[in-house]
Write a protein that binds this ligand. Structure first.
Ligand code: UD1
Length: 378
């Protein structure tokens, strides 16, 4: 592929920075627009920032910075977002401003340069599904919404069939792979803004003939994840706890499952989205198709770090948390030729090799208190 001029918004972040490295390696010219959020980066820019990329310190909502960032650009990877699910529930305006309004401003600027832009790839999220897809022994395929509060207060964690429940039968469900066609039931402000980002990009892309792809990332892990940010994903949170000789705190009973995907697989999917037009104007899941429980993750991390710290099961739940969601990656395989390459057996040791060389402030206790004060952990 010829050398292209690429803008990565959020290019100093966990995923964005690896994408920048990979694009440079392939001979593209890369510019980063990033506002270096202090919750993620502390008070300095990250050491891993690639010096071969041009760096613009600024916000996607700042028209002046955005104008400079888009100058001469042929490809845009929109990775910039505020990413704390729990925090989004009480800092609503901040999340909507950064994610929804930020994307709107970016798209307006891109629409006026539409003749130059050959591709837009937006980072979407599995969070927009809410609960994953399930199968009921009597009803077949079902798409439940959040578990009822009364059930959670009773500490019954598994999802029951919504159709059987109407007949007052409690049928436990089997989680199945979630495809892109599952109805979307976002359960947090963050998830709503991710749905906004995806749909705004696809709709505006379509209207202005800017080939656009939305990649729905599942639970991404890997080195460079912000360990001191208590609102990132569970792998980073548990790693930071263990590094500080604290037991990981497990909500529910730890048997909830997610699809943990290594950051290098996410990066490869992004490159594939640029190289083919088969996924243009579509949303595509990027995960592994493998479900892993939160308890398994806690054990793998503790073992890998050589810490004899059993996780603490607090039997509480986070408001808006789903029980299970694992990706159906058939569309990614068919359209992008994507195949996940990094299993947890390989990815976790690599993560821990990096983690063990970091210092991380453990802010999980404070963050959990904050959520409890807002009755978002109960
Ligand atoms: C959410 C988003 C996802 C986003 C990710 C990281 C949803 C459905 N998904 O994923 O898009 O990429 O956050 O921002 O909103 N857990 C513990 N103890 C902890 C932390 C988490 O037990 O200290 C549990 C949670 O209760 C949950 C699971 O681990 O059951 C995964 O949590 P997390 O890593 O925050 O990710 P999601 O909520 O799946």
């Amino acid at each position: 592929m010829e050398s292209l001029s690429v803008l990565v918004t959020g290019g100093a972040g966990f995923i964005g920075s690896y994408l920048v490295d990979a694009l440079l390696e392939r001979g593209h010219r890369v510019r980063v627009l990033d506002k270096l959020v202090s919750q993620v980066h502390g008070d300095r820019s990250p050491r891993y920032l690639n010096t071969e990329a041009e760096f613009i310190h600024g916000d996607v909502s700042d028209a002046e910075a955005l104008g400079r960032a888009l100058e001469g650009v042929e490809v845009v990877y929109h990775q910039a977002a505020e990413v704390g699910v729990g925090q989004s529930m009480y800092e609503i305006e901040r999340y909507v401003r950064a994610n929804t309004l930020g994307t709107a401003i970016l798209l307006e600027a891109m629409a006026s340069r539409r003749d130059h832009v050959r591709k837009l790839v937006v980072a979407s999220s599995m969070s927009i599904y809410g609960e994953g897809a399930y199968s009921c022994p009597s009803c077949g395929s079902v798409f439940p919404q959040l578990r009822p509060e009364a059930q959670l207060l009773d500490r019954r964690w598994e999802v029951a069939c919504p159709r059987c429940r109407k007949k007052e039968i409690f049928s436990p469900l089997t989680p199945v792979a979630t495809s892109e066609d599952k109805p979307l039931f976002p359960t947090s402000v963050y998830a709503v803004t991710k749905q906004d980002q995806e749909q705004l990009c696809l709709i505006v892309g379509q209207a202005y003939s800017i080939p656009t792809v939305a990649l729905r990332y599942f639970n991404v892990y890997g080195p460079r994840q912000a360990l001191s940010n208590p609102y990132t994903g569970v792998c980073a949170i548990f790693s930071s706890r263990l590094l500080n000789d604290q037991r990981p705190i497990i909500f529910e009973d730890g048997e909830q499952t997610r699809d943990f995907v290594h950051v290098s697989d996410i990066v490869r999917a992004n490159l594939l989205a640029l190289e083919t037009d088969a996924a243009d104007y579509k949303a595509v899941n990027i995960g592994t198709g493998v479900a892993t429980s939160v308890l398994q993750i806690a054990r793998l991390l503790a073992e890998g770090l050589g810490k004899e710290l059993e996780p603490e099961l607090v039997s509480k739940y986070r408001q808006g948390d789903i029980r299970h969601c694992v990706a159906d990656i058939a569309r990614a395989r068919a359209l992008l030729g994507y195949e996940p390459k990094v299993t947890l057996e390989r990815g976790i040791p690599e993560l821990l090799d990096w983690v063990s060389r970091q210092t991380a402030a453990d802010r999980v206790t404070e963050a959990t208190k904050e959520l409890e004060a807002h009755r978002l952990v109960r």
